[in-house]
Design a protein around this ligand. Structure first.
Ligand code: FA5
Length: 341
C-alpha cells in the first residue's frame, strides 16, 4: 500500500514540475484532490474497509493527502511569484525616459503685434487709455464733428443696441473721453475692439484699432510724420518709408491716409501691394478745432494730431497673411507659426 501511495506522490511531484501556469495547476489539482480526484477516491473507498484496515489505511491516505496538498501550495506560491515578476517586467516603466512635453499656449499674433505697437509708442512717451466698447452716439459721432444724418456715418456703419447706444465703430471716442478729463499736454493711445457691418477677406465685422492722440502747443503735420516714420521703422524694418495721401475725416483737418512701402517687394510692386509698391495702414490728421472746442480745449492755444490704425491690417502686412478670417478661426497649426520662443 505504502508503495502505491509513494508512486502517487512521485507522479504528482513530476507532473507538478512540468506545470508553468495557474490554469494547468488548477487542472492537475482537480486530478488529484478534486471531487473525482485520485486521492479523494482513495478516501471515499475507506468506507468499504474493515475497521482495523480503515485506521492504518486512513493514516496513510491522510499523510499522502497532506503531502500532495503541501506540494500544490508550494507550486502555487512559486507560480504566483513567477507570474508577478513577468508582469512587472512587461509593465515596467523606464523612469529615465524623457517625459512628454506639455503643450504650452502662446500669444495670439494680434496680441503680439498689439504689444509691439504699444511698446513702440510708449517708448515715445505715450500712455494707454481704454474706453468702453458700447458707446453713445455722442462719443462715437457727434463729439467727433459727425452730426446726426451726416453722410460720413456711412463709412462706419455699425451695430446699434438702442437709438443712442452702439458697438463703437472706431477707437476715436477715446480722443474725446481723454480730452474731457485732461488738459494738454496729452499723449495717449487708446486700443480696443471695434465693430462694423463689413465682411470680406480684408474686412472683419469685429477688429482691433489703436487710436493715438497728441495735444499740445504747436503740434503740426511734421510731428505726425516724424512720429509715424519712427513707428513704422520699429514695427516693419529700418528701410520702410511712409507716404501721406489727402483724405477726409470730419474730426481731422487736414486728414490723411498713411501708406508704407510694401514689406514684401520693398516698393517695386507685387501681389500684396497690388502692384503699387505701397500699402495703406492708417488714417490720421490734425485734430479739427471744432473737436478740441467741444471737448473743452482752447483751440487758439493748443493743436493736436490723431491717428487710428487697424491691428489686423498691420499684422497681415507684417506676416504676409492674405485673409483676415484666418486670424479668428483659432486653428492651432496656423497660430503656432507665430510662437517663436
Ligand atoms: C478710422 O476708423 C478713423 N477713426 C481713424 C482716424 C483716427 C483718422 C484719428 C483720423 C484721426 P478708417 O475707417 O480708415 O478710419 O479705419 C482705420 C483702419 O482700420 C484702416 O486703415 C484699416 O486698417 C482698419 N479697418 C477699417 N475697417 C476694417 C475692417 N472692417 N476690418 C479690419 N480692419 C479695418
Amino acid at each position: 500500500m505504502q508503495e502505491k501511495f509513494d508512486l502517487i506522490l512521485q507522479s504528482a511531484k513530476s507532473e507538478l514540475e512540468s506545470i508553468s501556469n495557474s490554469k494547468d495547476l488548477f487542472d492537475l489539482k482537480t486530478k488529484y484532490l478534486g471531487k473525482n480526484g485520485e486521492i479523494t477516491a482513495l478516501l471515499r473507498g475507506m468506507k468499504d474497509l474493515s475497521p482495523q484496515e480503515r485506521s492504518s489505511f486512513g493514516k496513510l491516505v491522510n499523510d499522502l493527502k497532506t503531502a500532495v496538498d503541501a506540494l500544490f501550495v508550494q507550486k502555487e506560491q512559486a507560480l504566483k511569484e513567477k507570474e508577478l515578476e513577468e508582469r512587472f517586467s512587461k509593465e515596467a516603466i523606464d523612469i529615465t525616459l524623457p517625459g512628454d512635453k506639455p503643450k504650452i499656449g502662446s500669444l495670439h499674433p494680434l496680441n503680439i503685434v498689439k504689444n509691439k505697437i504699444l511698446n513702440a509708442f510708449m517708448g515715445m512717451g505715450f500712455e494707454v487709455f481704454e474706453g468702453p466698447e458700447i458707446e453713445s452716439d455722442y462719443y462715437c459721432f457727434q463729439a467727433l464733428n459727425i452730426p446726426k444724418d451726416h453722410p460720413a456715418r456711412d463709412m462706419q456703419d455699425t451695430f446699434y443696441i438702442t437709438d443712442n447706444l452702439l458697438l463703437r465703430p472706431h477707437t476715436s471716442p477715446g480722443q474725446v473721453r481723454t480730452m474731457e478729463k485732461k488738459q494738454p499736454p496729452i499723449k495717449i493711445l487708446s486700443p480696443g475692439r471695434v465693430y462694423r457691418a463689413d465682411d470680406d477677406a480684408s474686412h472683419s465685422p469685429m477688429f482691433h484699432q489703436i487710436e493715438g492722440l497728441v495735444v499740445d502747443k504747436g503740434v503740426s503735420l511734421c510731428d505726425l510724420k516724424g512720429l509715424l516714420d519712427e513707428f513704422v521703422r520699429v514695427i516693419f524694418d529700418e528701410d520702410t518709408k511712409t507716404r501721406f495721401r489727402p483724405s477726409y475725416f470730419p474730426f481731422t483737418e487736414p486728414s490723411v491716409e498713411v501708406d508704407v512701402t510694401c514689406c514684401k517687394c520693398h516698393g517695386k510692386g507685387c501681389s500684396l501691394c497690388k502692384g503699387t509698391g505701397w500699402i495703406e495702414i492708417l488714417g490720421a490728421g490734425i485734430v479739427n478745432k471744432k473737436v478740441l472746442e467741444m471737448s473743452g480745449i482752447d483751440s487758439d492755444v493748443y493743436s493736436g494730431l490723431a491717428f487710428g490704425l487697424g491691428i489686423e491690417r498691420i499684422t497681415m502686412i507684417k506676416y504676409g497673411i492674405s485673409d483676415i478670417r484666418t486670424l479668428f478661426e483659432n486653428n492651432v497649426n496656423f497660430l503656432k507659426q507665430f510662437n517663436r520662443r
